[in-house]
Write a protein that binds this ligand. Sequence first.
Ligand code: HAM
Length: 431
Amino acid sequence: MKFNIPPGVFDLIPLNEKEKWKSSYIWNYIEKIIREVTAIYGYQEIRTPTFERTELFQRSVGDDSDIVSKEMYTFIDKGNRSMSLRPEGTAPVMRAFVENRLDLSSVNQKLFYIAPMFRYERAQAGRYRQHHQFGIEAIGNGSAEQDVEVIDLLFAFYKRLGLKNLRLCINSLGSSETRVKFKEALKSYLLPHMSHLSEDSKNRFQNNPLRILDSKDAKDQEIVRNAPSILEFLSEEDRIHFQEVQNLLTSLTIPFEVNPLLVRGLDYYNKTVFEVVAGELGAQNSIGGGGRYDGLVAQMGGPNLPSFGFGTGLERVIQTLINQQIDLPQPNVPFIYFIALGEKPKKICFEFLHSLRAKNIPAQMDYTSKKIGKAMQNADQLKATYTVVVGENEIEKKTWQLKNMQTGELQDVHVQEFALFVAELYKKLND
Ligand code: HAM
């Protein structure tokens, strides 16, 4: 019996020639950049479990959000508890923050994660049922500087990768009082248009009217164009905070647009929210998003601390890199590939293989020692820089021949100098 992969998920294989973004070496490279950038900005890694109690997401992301109401992978475990695969990273980090009393070790916890998220969505290009996020959660500081530091970190990450043509959209959702007042005004505005709204928006009217603002439906978009703006409902304090965020973004020369229709799909946000879109991605163009969620730590039973964070989807980041034809590092290749013909050469080459690897030189060896042609083919496929064929003859003459696989050039090296010679060659080519 042959099995195939479930819909909406994918394998990462070492090198996927057809769909390059599914190559694991690219993911390793991205993760390396994440670790570099987060270290520079002073963020530390947090790892939480893949599943949590379902209630955690219901209480934080919100019962009425699509993520919780329609998209969670929920199951009853053998102890009769309802568990859900993590659909997003913020709620688990807040739970871990409170449970581990991280507030005691530092007033300002700056955390990052790289983790798979699970959402039962309609699978299509750019939208998966398991996707991966690089996320940031900065807990304990409510300043505009904190908002902009996190946005700046995200753009530093994109910039290091070489991404271009990204648009940053920002908005402020104010406080919960602002949103209560705004919801009423929005509903009064929408009521006469009810019959023209999409089915989805009609359903959202009662419980989640804000989401109608960022509907993808063309008719809905036309209706909301003249809707009241949430920015007019902000308190003085929130208005000043939002203005400060804009001033700081300008001073760091991070271009942005204010979009009062940006509301985000998770319930926990207040004040600043943002999204980054990449033109090349088509319909699923949101490459990252986040915002402030000041009440969440307290809601999770912790101290009343303000927080700000984002999540950026790695599938979409990598697809954008490839669409923009940005240079990516090559997969690792062996610097030298040993082809040993016969038992004695095999033993000697195996020892050389070990000692070169101990000198940090990527080395591999053909273990079949049958046909030289097949072994050469293998070296070619692995894109080895050099090969060396060692048979009884080479052992006797004590001279081995290095072959440059690109130029075909041959070079005789005495066996006693071989390891040193290869090590120096490697150093020279990699300096
Ligand atoms: P989110 O906007 O739901 O936010 O997801 C963040 C990013 O994950 C999106 O911008 C997108 O790039 C990617 N993404 C989401 N769903 C999918 C999917 N089905 N397939 C592929 N990529 C996807 C959050 O999850 C918040 N927890 C972010 C946050 C952290 N806010 C504050 N802190």
